[in-house]
Design a protein around this ligand. Structure first.
Ligand SMILES: Nc1ncnc2c1ncn2[C@@H]1O[C@H](COP(=O)(O)OP(=O)(O)OP(=O)(O)O)[C@@H](O)[C@H]1O
Length: 337
């Protein structure tokens, strides 16, 4: 095993009730040390199962999981304070005491009764996640985002080597999410802690993760740096997960002035510009999605639908016609313009 890997699975399979379409099949994956690796994929693709196998909280039917090159022992699903090397934060907050305050919830993860040590470590963990001011608040009364910070503080208090996060931003509103992502990145940099996380919304992780593992129907289908997978996905599945794009058949592509010998081309919304209004404009604006400082227009022509990013907001109402110019499009394997 290379020094820069911390966890690896070799041909790991875990099915539920003997159903091969459940869980994960024959997965070999390497988790780099001190980096953020995100497992992405459609719902039910096996993300959480893989996370549990990597954390040693689920036993594979076959195959091996190694931690620092040694077999990873399987332990109880409910992680106790003694399990300090790999910690897992799940979405359900089941190991948090709703009535107890933030301080007690976080401090109880320490495997010691030494009062001074507890004060020092708990203060440090709360400060790390920017929640020291919440220390006297009952956990149950916090917002989703605050709760998530508390559970992460608790998971980090014993300075684990690996932090596993299952959908960490699910309950967190958009503003709060960015600062939490930023803080997790800081901790990774400062402490060298390895993070493995699962997300439903991979687009938001493009700036956060160092590596992406793309999983489909229980198998890993692509793996690499977010930028690489964004710019040159090998599979349509990956493009659809990571990018705001439209998939067109060769016949539909013709409507856009694209002639292709492939069965499918993909057009990213960001590569379409609005070029004309009035006479030459043949695309009808069907829907406008408000995205803050820009809009996404859903446009249609001859039963072809495209998505277009529009920064000049409120200029093209529903029902109006526009002309477009497509800067480039993607045929799997190469960009064309
Ligand atoms: N304990 C279980 N018993 C039976 N089937 C299970 C169990 N856990 C997972 N599965 C099945 O295995 C498959 C993968 O589930 P998993 O939770 O790993 O997917 P996921 O990608 O994390 O899904 P989601 O994004 O919806 O949370 C699904 O078909 C799921 O129904």
């Amino acid at each position: 095993m290379k020094d820069d890997l911390i966890l690896e699975t070799i041909s790991v399979t875990k099915n539920f009730f003997g159903d091969k379409s459940s869980g994960v099949n024959n997965i070999t994956v390497f988790i780099p040390k001190g980096k953020i690796t995100a497992i992405v994929g459609e719902s039910g693709s096996g993300k959480t199962t893989l996370l549990k196998l990597l954390s040693g909280t689920m036993k594979p039917d076959s195959g091996d999981v190694f931690f620092h090159g040694n077999p990873l022992p399987v332990r109880a699903a409910h992680i106790t304070a003694a399990h300090t090397v790999i910690t897992m934060v799940s979405q359900d907050n089941t190991d948090m005491d709703m009535a107890a305050n933030v301080w007690d919830n976080v401090g109880k993860a320490l495997p010691t009764e030494d009062a001074n040590y507890k004060i020092q470590k708990t203060t440090q963990a709360l400060n790390l996640l920017g929640i020291y001011e919440l220390r006297d608040q009952p956990f149950g009364k916090l917002s989703g985002g605050e709760k998530q910070r508390v559970t992460i503080a608790k998971a980090l208090i014993n300075r684990p080597e690996v932090l596993m996060l299952d959908e960490p931003f699910n309950q967190v509103d958009a503003n709060y999410r960015e600062s939490l992502q930023h803080d997790i990145r800081q901790i990774v940099k400062e402490w060298g802690v390895t993070v493995v996380l699962v997300s439903h919304d991979p687009a938001e992780l493009l700036s956060m993760a160092d590596e992406l593992i793309v999983i489909k129907e229980g198998e890993i289908v692509e793996y690499g740096a977010p930028e690489t997978l964004y710019n040159a996905p090998k599979l349509l599945y990956t493009a659809q997960i990571l990018v705001n794009c439209s998939e067109l058949t060769a016949t539909q592509a013709k409507v856009c002035g694209i002639s292709t010998k492939r069965g499918t081309v993909v057009i990213y919304a960001e590569h379409i510009t609005i070029s004309s209004l009035g006479m030459g404009a043949r695309w009808v604006v069907k829907q406008i999605l408000f995205k803050g400082f820009f809009e996404e227009l859903i446009i249609e022509r001859d039963e072809v639908t495209l998505r277009v990013i529009n920064y000049a907001r409120r200029k093209h109402p529903v029902g109006s016609k526009i002309g477009i110019s497509i800067k480039k499009y993607y045929e799997f394997g190469k960009w064309l313009s």
